[in-house]
Design a binder for this molecule. Structure first.
Ligand SMILES: [Zn+2]
Ligand SMILES: [Zn+2]
Length: 358
């Protein structure tokens, strides 16, 4: 028989490791060499070795005996009538294990897990947000494997009855203790409680029944959507495990700001620059709206900041009928450069204002 390895070395931990550290190290390594995750030769032996090391080091009495006397100290334990690891043995180790993998272990129904959600960002223009649009989005999604239709088995082959639990998905451990025999029932560690195992895995998905695919999907974006709104497409996320339902797809909307328009609730703000003469004399101007050009009348004597309302020319309400308004705000622009003639006219005008104010 090969010499036993040092338990601390087996778990890859320091001799001063705390109970929590021991537990953590065990779980990590047990997952790696669990016979169901790792089909390598020797994985099973390694799993047993880990269990043994863990059982000794997580028990304070056994650990101190091991620290003082090495493996001989532990052998001494069993010969003193503890029946190997007796009470705290295999049963609790498996419970620990399955506790950790809850959702993975257990029965087949528990193994069906909803797929995860997908998150994407879609950038659209101001007009697209206001009026609604359709966007084609390329996504990476986990879908049912096309080769095996999600079964995980090579086409034409079937999963076979688990040889470890004979198809029941459960394992009974009969144990001897100081208090007599008792039976401990746990989920089968080979098939993880399913009762069957894939013996001939599908080449494409390696038995998982799922594969990652690039997809192009069309997302309908409703009129009136705003920056940072999110659209949820139910069931368009990743497919679940073992036939579990698909997750959802969330599309976060980003709206590019507009050169002329500014959104305030469902109203569209628009600033109209006009010159001094237009404001003083009044005029009619054509302005842009989301729905085409509109003419508005600027009455004589209009001040900067004066606001006109174009009813119903704003952004549609997302959850009800109707639309907001467009608000047109005047901004008087003082000329920065005057030609000779304009300068003369302004001077004349200035004289005229001065004499008027006397
Ligand atoms: Zn497949
Ligand atoms: Zn089994």
């Amino acid at each position: 028989m090969a010499a036993k390895r040092d338990y601390y070395q087996v778990l890859g931990i320091d001799r001063k490791a705390s109970n929590a550290e021991i537990k953590k190290a065990f779980r990590k390594l047990a997952f790696q060499c669990h016979p169901d995750h790792n089909r390598d030769d020797g994985a099973e032996a390694r799993f047993k070795e880990l269990n043994e090391a863990y059982q000794v080091l997580c028990d304070p009495d056994k650990r101190s005996a091991y620290d003082r006397f090495g493996h001989a100290g532990i052998d001494g334990f069993s010969s003193r009538g503890f029946e190997g690891f007796g009470f705290n043995g295999v049963g609790s180790i498996f419970e620990d294990f399955y506790d950790f993998f809850s959702g993975v272990a257990g029965n087949a129904r528990q193994r069906q897990r909803r797929g995860s959600d997908l998150h994407y960002e879609i950038t659209i223009t101001f007009e697209e947000a206001a009026l609604g649009c359709e966007k084609d989005v390329k996504i990476n999604r986990i879908e049912r494997c096309a080769e095996c239709h999600g079964s995980g088995s090579k086409p034409g082959s079937q999963p076979s009855k688990c040889p470890t639990c004979n198809g029941s998905g459960q394992i009974s451990h009969v144990q001897q203790s100081l208090f007599g025999r008792f039976t401990n029932v746990t989920a089968c560690s080979h098939c993880l409680g399913e009762g069957e195992v894939i013996t001939n895995p599908c080449n494409k998905c390696r038995g998982t029944g799922r594969e990652k695919k690039k997809q192009s999907i069309t997302i309908e974006i409703p009129a009136g959507i705003d920056d940072n709104n999110e659209i949820r497409l139910s069931g368009q996320g990743n497919i679940g495990e073992k036939g579990g339902p698909s997750g959802d797809l969330y599309a976060a909307i980003k709206v590019i700001s507009h050169k002329l328009f500014y959104r305030e609730g469902n109203d569209v703000l628009y600033e109209l620059p006009i010159d001094f003469a237009q404001a003083a004399l009044g005029t009619e101007v054509e302005i842009p709206t989301l729905y085409g050009k509109e003419k508005i009348k600027i009455p004589a004597g209009s001040q900067t900041g004066k606001t006109f309302q174009l009813k119903g020319k704003g952004i549609p309400y997302l959850r009800s009928n109707g639309r907001g308004n467009q608000l047109v705000r005047l901004r008087l622009v003082t000329p920065q450069k005057l030609n000779k003639e304009q300068r003369k006219l302004f001077e004349k005008l200035a004289e005229s204002f001065t004499s008027q104010n006397k």
